[in-house]
Write a protein that binds this ligand. Structure first.
Ligand SMILES: [Zn+2]
Ligand SMILES: [Zn+2]
Length: 425
């Protein structure tokens, strides 16, 4: 028997309508009581001034192992996760080899279990090698517990193949996670097509590439009666399509990434590869629409799309650098500063978007403060200042556009299975 008392925090549990000061007792990895009588425990965490939230789940990350360990490893990625307040992450399958088989799926699970930091819920590829032709053995992956399937950066181009995949995923009780990009329209564009791209001589990518793909796949999901989750939604019109599909009763959810709701093309200092991601940063009106969508609950989830790349890879110049930015260790301060302190989202809404809903969509254990729930918890200091500094990251990579940002809000502790896996000094 081991016990942990989290004392004097503000307990936040949106599913239970809870938001008030209190104490939480954890015993053997499980929430035992809210406001327990008596205060004896093996370990006490002082949560005075902190918010005690259901454990955050980042449902869109790239851990790069196996195959690209110079960018990130499961160990460094999961250390970045717990330092960023995340109790679980869902890594995308674009590793080498691709996570399209029980062997690779189990390898990721085993290495993560050995690290004992955050949990992982690997996302498996929809098609073998993410090539878009043959379906992967989705049933065998599901038998191992996999419920989320995605080709992330290599979206399934053939509509009939996607429809067939959705029919299988529906029978397996899973969800298709969709990187929406019609490659015949994006044509390798390195940033949003607009005046900045023209000025800097960078190839532009039309937002139509994302929007056409969203439109196609909400219709396919309706036909297949399959759950569909739109990854890294970035445009106002894409959000309109999600709203339209929901009104029709399509089981579609969506996520937005901090870089898309904090930055726009207007923030780009020039063709700096740390501002290159896919989908690209959009004009300010799209960024504002994403904030509105999060505030309204039409965008269900905040996910980082943590995409580490080595400095040398990002140094190839804007056109040739790989897209993506790291996000695990910058998300919480950005969310608190840009959404909470601005009054756009209440803390209960943030707990839904960062913990409750991503866990539910992935089929992961419920994030809750109620007795009986697994003790996965994120403690946040809402007012503690954070300065984003590339030298302070646990991630193996440093590619962030937020270097030097001063933000209000910081992770105080991350608790997984009732164990304190990260705590500020
Ligand atoms: Zn993607
Ligand atoms: Zn991604």
């Amino acid at each position: 028997m081991s016990s942990l008392l989290i004392r004097d925090g503000v307990l936040v549990d949106p599913a239970a309508g809870l938001e008030r000061p209190g104490h939480l007792l954890v015993r053997d990895g499980v929430i035992a009581a809210i406001d327990p009588r008596g205060a004896a425990a093996d370990r006490v965490v002082d949560a005075a001034g902190a918010l005690v939230l259901p454990g955050f789940v980042d449902m869109h990350v790239h851990l790069r192992e196996p195959g690209f360990e110079h960018k990130e490893t499961i160990a460094t990625g999961l250390l970045a996760a717990v330092r960023g307040g995340f109790t679980a992450v869902a890594p995308m399958p674009n590793t080498q080899p691709v996570c399209d088989s029980p062997q690779v799926y189990k390898l990721v699970l085993d290495r993560a279990a050995a690290v004992r930091l955050a949990h992982v819920h690997p996302i498996a590829a929809i098609t073998t090698g993410s090539r878009g032709t043959e379906l992967a053995d989705l049933a065998r992956l599901a038998a191992l517990g996999c419920r989320a399937f995605s080709n992330d950066g290599q979206p399934v181009e053939d509509a009939a193949t996607m429809l067939r995949a959705m029919e299988v995923v529906r029978r397996l009780g899973g969800v298709v996670i969709d990187h929406c990009e019609d490659k015949t329209l994006s044509r390798g564009g390195a940033m949003h097509a607009g005046p900045e791209a023209e000025r800097w001589g960078v190839t532009g990518q039309s937002p139509l590439a994302e929007e056409v793909h969203i439109a196609r796949d909400v219709l396919l999901a309706e036909a297949a009666d399959c759950r569909l989750h739109i990854a890294h939604l970035s445009t106002a019109r894409g959000l309109e399509l999600v709203r339209w599909a929901r009104r029709r009763g399509v089981a579609v959810t969506a996520e937005a990434a901090p870089h898309h709701f904090c930055l726009s093309t207007a923030d780009m200092p020039g063709p700096d590869p740390n501002y290159k991601m896919n989908p690209p940063l959009r004009p300010p009106a799209d960024r504002d629409a994403l904030v509105g969508g999060l505030a309204a609950g039409d965008i269900d989830v905040i996910a980082t799309d943590h995409a580490p790349h080595a400095d040398a890879e990002k140094a190839r110049g804007f056109q040739d650098a790989p897209p993506g930015v790291i996000g695990l260790e910058t998300a919480v301060p950005l969310i608190m500063d840009r959404l909470y302190h601005t009054g756009r989202m209440g803390i209960g809404q943030i707990a839904l978007a960062c913990a409750v809903l991503p866990a539910r969509i992935l089929g992961a254990p419920a994030r809750s403060l109620q007795p009986g729930a697994a003790a996965h918890l994120t403690l946040i200091d809402p007012d503690r200042p954070t300065v984003i500094a590339r030298d302070g990251f646990a991630s193996r990579s440093r590619n962030t556009p937020f270097e030097g940002w001063r933000l209000r809000g910081a992770v105080r502790a991350t608790i997984v299975d009732g164990e304190v896996r990260y705590h500020i000094n």
